[in-house]
Every structure is written in C-alpha cells, then in structure tokens.
Design a protein around this ligand. Structure first.
Ligand code: PEP
Ligand code: MN
Length: 356
C-alpha cells in the first residue's frame, strides 16, 4: 500500500498518517517524490484499517501495491545476518570463496579440484550431483554417486559442500550430503521446494531466477524464512537481457540493492552470469567491491573436457591467481548504510519501495 500525500501536506499530518500505520501493525517508510511525499506501508497490516487511511487529513490517495516481505527486510535485523556453515561464516565482513566444478564428474575430478581449491584457502566446495540441464540429452549429473563423492571429499579436505537440490523428492538425500542447499535459478519460484527447504535447519543458497525481479527473489527468500529457516544466502547469477554477447548479464546493482534491502548475506556468481572464463576474474573483483559477501566460481582441472559449463570454468592457474588477489579487495567493499543511522534515506521510486 502506498499513501500519496497532498503536495501541501503538513508535518503533523504526515506524522499522524505514520502513527496510524504503526498502530495498525505496519512500518511507514517516507519517500520524497518530485511533487511531494509518499508513505509506503511495509509489513502485514490489517487491510480494512488501511482503506480508512484515505480519510486522514493531508492524504491525496491510497494505492494498493504488491505484498511486502517482512522477514527478509533489513529492518528486521539491521545488523545483518551471518550464516555460519559448520564454523565458517558467510556475511561476517570477510569474503567467502565458493569454488568447484559445475558438476561432479568422477572421483578423480572432484578430489583434484577439492585439493587444489582448499590449498588456495577455499572453505566452500561447489559441485552439482543433480544437474538442471536445458537439454534432456545433456549430462544430468552423477546423482546419488555424486552425493557420496561430495561427502567423501568434504571430509577429506574439511570443506563445506554447496550442492544443488533440484526437487522435493531428492531433498532428503541431498540434504544429507550438503552443508548448504543450493536452490538454482530455475527453481527460484518452486514454492513447494522453498517450503520444504524452509522446514529444514540447513543453510540455503538461493539463486535469483534469470527472469526474476529483486522483489520476486525477496519473496522467494521469504518463503524459506517464513517456514523457520533463517539461514538464507542470496545469490546474483545473471539475468536475461537483450545482450547476447554474454550468457546472461551480471546485475551488480542487484548486489548493492540486496545488501541494502535485506539483512541476508549476498553472493555473486559471475561464472554463470557471463559464461566466458576470461571475463570471470574481473567480474569477481567488481562484485566484491560492490559489496558481495562471497563469490561462487567454477573451476575445472581441464575445462576443455568438462561435461557441463566448460566454457566458463577457470583452470587451476587462473583460479589460483584470482584467489590470491581477491581477498584484499574486500577492504574496498561498499557497506550498506545502517538504517538505524540513516533512516528513510531512500529515494527509489515509491512503487519499488512499497513492493518490498
Ligand atoms: C549451478 O550453479 O550449477 C547452476 C546450475 O546455476 P544456476 O541455477 O544459476 O543456473
Ligand atoms: Mn554450471
């Protein structure tokens, strides 16, 4: 709901509207627009009471807008959430490196990658056992066998395993092997899966759908949090735009906005976004400086032989040099303003604000 104030509305009239919103259980957010002031109503508010806001003095119009998400909003936890995965944090101000192959292909492959990335200081190993592929004829992953390999390699190198869960049917099997359950871009609005991972007490890496707005991503995260699982990490992995030179378009604005709008840790995945190995390192650096709490990077011992996404995988040498220099960039990171220090300093269009 948006409350558009009359251009000549006085401060006491504005304060009275805000007070009434709070009385109804909502949170008012003031937003200055070209010809006046709009107050966005955030949080769950009794709708009948809201309609009556139109009768208050100084109000020009009440506009219904999309439902807001309460639990992911930064206001719910201004200090930010740290997701700790068996002792290793994401969102604590450090930089989490999540690296590994697109898919687990063999024992030799996953052990070689794991050993190498752990020598580079990586604590989170990624690798799909159940692969969502555009083509039904493409390699679909080693499935159960892949999960067993991930368990073994995680133990061997003391790595935290990030692996994708494709559906509700395989969730309990994947959850046994995974330290972090990845919900992929194609499943971002699989509400049954979101509810199911929400009922577990295991960290979730929620990837933004390639055609999803940020509000849709926030709502997807809200599904998980509202079922009681508060350990969600958001991931920007590229969106579909008119540009065809890259696989998708890495939306760095999203990294900045997600840190601002929500209290959840944010990870960027330039590998899937750009889809070109040589373009990954500069985008990793850019994402870190933009405020990402972590980055996900695909690495393969021989990208020319990878069964999926070889075009975007870094070689060991490429990854080693990236891992060496990227940590120092974390000091340059943009930090979101603390809403307790800078309340209401948000000049986005009112529709975008109110939809939150
Ligand atoms: C992946 O990380 O392996 C993957 C399939 O990513 P996305 O869901 O972002 O396409
Ligand atoms: Mn991949």
């Amino acid at each position: 709901m948006l409350i558009v104030m009359q251009p000549n509305a006085t401060r006491p009239q504005i304060d009275a509207v805000c007070a009434r919103i709070s009385e109804l259980g909502g949170t008012p957010r003031e937003c200055t627009v070209a010809d006046g002031l709009v107050i966005a109503v955030c949080g769950g508010v009794e709708p009948i009471g809201l309609q009556r806001l139109g009768r208050l003095e100084g109000v020009a119009q009440c506009l219904p807008v999309a439902r807001s998400c309460k639990l992911v909003d930064r206001a719910a936890r201004p200090e930010g959430t740290v997701v700790t995965v068996r002792g290793w944090p994401i969102g604590d101000g450090g930089l989490a490196l999540i690296a590994g192959p697109c898919a687990v292909e063999s024992k030799d492959q996953i052990f070689r990658v794991a050993e190498f990335v752990s020598e580079c200081g990586v604590r989170f190993l990624r690798g799909g056992a159940y692969k969502p592929r555009s083509s039904p004829y493409a390699f679909q992953g080693l499935k159960e066998q892949g999960l067993r390999l991930l368990e073994a390699v995680g133990r061997e190198f003391d790595l935290r395993i990030v692996t994708e869960v494709k559906d509700v049917q395989t969730l309990s099997a994947v959850a046994q092997a995974a330290d972090v359950l990845q919900v992929g871009a194609r499943n971002m609005q699989n509400f049954a899966l979101l509810e199911a991972v929400g009922r577990l007490r295991k960290p979730v890496l929620l990837k933004r759908g390639m055609g999803a707005t940020l509000n849709e991503l926030y709502m997807a995260a809200e599904y998980v949090l509202s079922r009681g699982n508060l350990e969600v990490v958001l991931c920007e992995r590229g969106i579909r735009t008119f540009e065809t030179a890259t696989r998708y378009t890495l939306d760095l604005s999203a990294v900045v906005l997600m840190k601002h709008d929500t209290h959840l840790p944010v990870v960027a995945d330039p590998s899937h976004a750009v889809g070109i190995a040589w373009a990954v390192p500069p985008l990793v650096r850019a994402a870190v400086v933009a405020g990402a709490d972590g980055v996900m990077v695909e690495v393969h011992p021989d990208p020319s032989r990878a069964l999926s996404d070889g075009q975007q995988a870094l070689t060991f040498d490429e990854f080693a040099s990236l891992a060496r220099d990227v940590r120092s960039l974390a000091d340059w990171r943009a930090r979101p303003a603390d809403p307790r220090v800078a309340p209401g300093a948000d000049h986005r269009c009112p529709e975008a604000l109110a939809a939150r």
